[in-house]
Design a protein around this ligand. Sequence first.
Ligand SMILES: C[S@@+](CC[C@H](N)C(=O)[O-])C[C@H]1O[C@@H](n2cnc3c(N)ncnc32)[C@H](O)[C@@H]1O
Length: 211
Amino acid sequence: MKFVPEDIEDYAIAHSDTLPELYERLREETYRDVDMARMQVGPMEGRLLKMLVRLCGAKRAIEIGTFTGYSALSIAEGLPDDGTLICCDINPETTAIAQRYWDEAPWGHKIRLVLGPAIDTIVAEGGPFDFAFIDADKAGYRGYHDALIERMPPGGVIVSDNVLWSGTVLNPEEDSAVALAEYNQYVKADPRVEQVMLPIRDGITIARKLG
Ligand SMILES: C[S@@+](CC[C@H](N)C(=O)[O-])C[C@H]1O[C@@H](n2cnc3c(N)ncnc32)[C@H](O)[C@@H]1O
């Protein structure tokens, strides 16, 4: 299900910041050579991530689920030159593609990849994290949220992707839909954060840690 009609999404992208050209090359390579290419966040969500990082003044960020590196490039672009983004993934093949584009980007030096289960990396890295993007295994979202919130200062931001799961969270049946519907209720009831859910792309929640 598309929540925003394609021509409207294209118009919104056309009237947002122009993307550096390597994003389009990364998008083409991913769609040409990699299974499940539609997992990639794409231009609109990418620009949103960059803007959110800038708006919250984040210096230390973490990404849960990197794939071929599009969202990581977007987050890192929004960080200051001495900022850091830790990228968590378990797939050496897709993240090898990511690393090639990060090496090319003038802001790629801010990104550090850690291969292994994301929950172990969150614990090992320890924080504090000013900004986090959750976009990995859906059953893990609640555990990631809890592990991240504990390691954030007040004002820290967690962005979670796919929270509408093509609309199936309204009547969840398969495992990911059930996990995401439970996650959405959990975040809504979490007194540690204020949050907004946006029905763009596959649904995005922005949660901000309260002081
Ligand atoms: C939806 S994709 C991420 C897309 C990426 N954010 C982008 O914009 O291109 C999900 C990724 O999560 C990774 N993943 C799945 N389970 C994981 C886990 N337990 N720990 C770390 N990464 C995991 C997968 O290997 C996959 O690359």
